[in-house]
Design a protein around this ligand. Structure first.
Ligand code: PHE
Length: 467
């Protein structure tokens, strides 16, 4: 272990930071929306199976790579292959992907921050106006919110691993749990809440089809922050004594639990708002759910608890999502930060400065691609329509390259770095791992069906999205 490399102060610090990365907008909104549209309990069950049987081994593989190499993803691929050019390319993609996804995630976090500020200022009624969201994303105030979000993320990251990332996670994650549980407890007292719970939990297997399965797998992959180099980077900050197998389970459980509980907040709220609702028809995306539907629903609470009460609940909700988004954003920007520091031998401050300029610049362009600037809005044609710069980045990096990176991780650990090295690394800190069923399962799945599934998803996305 290199003497001057920063490390998390404890295993708990690492787990909270990794869980902070995993718990994000995907859990709080994406998951409940997908579950609702795709068969409730049937989706929950499928999702749980995917987390356990597909995501967990990939997560362990990423962590093992990072801890073994004690480097950023680019450095990890390079050093574990003694400088093999082909695999260094995989490392480069593993750094470029989070860099670009950070842009896409930053845009959404800025909107959330804007909604938080507006609810605190007492403007919930304005947010609930039909058509407000489309106007909102084109306001110049977006750039002011962006500066604030950028400053918060930079302030955390400049503190480094222990003083920055870990401290932020140790504050924000417990706060997030308290907020979430408080909101769930409140929502469950609303009229018709139980109808929502029922809709959420009762399985409807008739909704299951190939595209739902594909969606569930992509959702779990994204939710656990896989394929983004994040877990490689975070695990490079833990010691050989740490138990990767146990920590991976903890992160996966925390992430899935938060997603599950978020459903107990969102669904009952929807049913209480409109008991005759068909949630499957509610909204086509998490974005319209958070920014269009939920403000309306939160405003409706005023008949119960007054405008001030409704605004307070809304503010707490957006604060919850904001905390979740910030810890994810921090984790994703740490990847290119670590890569710049290590590969270019520059200071953390310099790396963050460079990223503020580049990620920040791209975020500005993406923010302007919702109508503010014509050529950014109609940036490129593919899939039979003209697409914005934001859509391009989300389609290429989030939808397509993410599973591809997962595929590379599987192929790498199994066929280049080799099984016995992976086992060796995972057994450090988890003495019972060697010879266990878990070891056999991890080695079998990572070398056979997981890469096949990821390859199918990758090819399927490329052909359906772009051709
Ligand atoms: N896991 C996050 C979520 O569920 C996704 C994410 C993590 C996005 C890290 C960016 C960075 O929202």
């Amino acid at each position: 272990m290199s003497a001057n490399r920063e490390h998390f102060s404890s295993r708990l610090g690492f787990i909270l930071a990794a869980a902070g990365s995993a718990v994000g907008i995907g859990n709080l909104v994406g998951f409940p929306v997908s579950a609702t549209k795709n068969g409730g309990g049937a989706f929950l069950l499928t999702y749980a199976l995917f987390v356990i049987f597909i995501c967990l081994p990939v997560m362990m593989a990423e962590m093992a790579m990072g801890r073994k190499a004690q480097k950023d993803p680019y450095g990890s691929y390079k050093s574990l292959t003694q400088g093999d050019k082909k695999w260094s390319l995989a490392g480069a993609i593993a750094v470029l992907t989070p860099f670009m996804i950070a842009v896409f995630y930053m845009v959404i976090t800025v909107w959330i921050f804007g909604y938080l500020v507006q609810t605190v200022l007492g403007n919930l009624d304005m947010l609930a106006n039909p058509g407000h969201f489309d106007a909102f994303v084109n306001q110049y105030s977006m750039f002011i919110y962006m500066v604030f979000v950028g400053l918060i993320v930079n302030l955390i990251l400049v503190g480094g691993v222990k003083e920055g990332i870990e401290k932020a996670a140790k504050f924000m994650m417990p706060a997030l749990f308290v907020l979430l549980l408080g909101l769930v407890a409140y929502v469950l007292t609303l009229d018709n809440a139980m109808a929502g719970v029922r809709y959420y939990l009762v399985p409807d297997f008739s909704k299951m089809n190939a595209s739902v399965l594909n969606g569930a797998l992509s959702q779990s992959f994204f939710s656990l922050s896989l394929g983004m180099g994040i877990l490689i980077t975070y695990a490079s900050y833990i010691s050989k004594k740490d138990d990767i197998v146990g920590s991976s389970k903890m992160v996966a459980i925390t992430d899935s639990l938060v997603a599950f509980i978020a459903g107990l907040m969102v669904l009952p709220a929807i049913f209480s708002f409109n008991p005759d609702t068909d949630p499957a028809k509610l909204s086509d995306s998490s974005v319209s759910m958070i920014f269009v539907y939920l403000p309306k629903l939160l405003l409706a609470l005023q008949s119960d608890i007054g405008y001030f009460g409704a605004s307070a609940v809304a503010a707490l909700f957006f604060l919850l999502v904001f905390f979740a988004a910030i810890t994810s954003l921090v984790s994703i920007i740490e990847v290119p930060t670590a890569a710049l520091m290590e590969e270019k031998c520059i200071s953390r401050k310099k790396a963050l400065g460079l990223l503020a300029l580049t990620t920040g610049g791209l975020t500005v362009l993406c923010t302007m691609s919702f109508g503010m600037v014509g050529w950014l809005t109609d940036f490129i044609d593919y899939g039979g329509a003209s697409q914005s710069m934001f859509a391009l980045i989300s389609d290429v990096f989030y939808e397509t390259i993410l599973p591809f990176n997962g595929l590379l991780v599987c192929l790498f650990v199994m066929y280049r770095w080799k099984k016995h090295n992976l086992s060796e690394e995972l057994a450090q800190g988890s003495p019972n791992y060697k010879g266990s069923f878990m070891e056999k399962y991890v080695n079998f799945s990572l070398s056979t069906f997981i890469p096949v599934i990821l390859a199918v998803i990758f090819i399927n996305t490329v052909t359906t999205k772009f051709f």
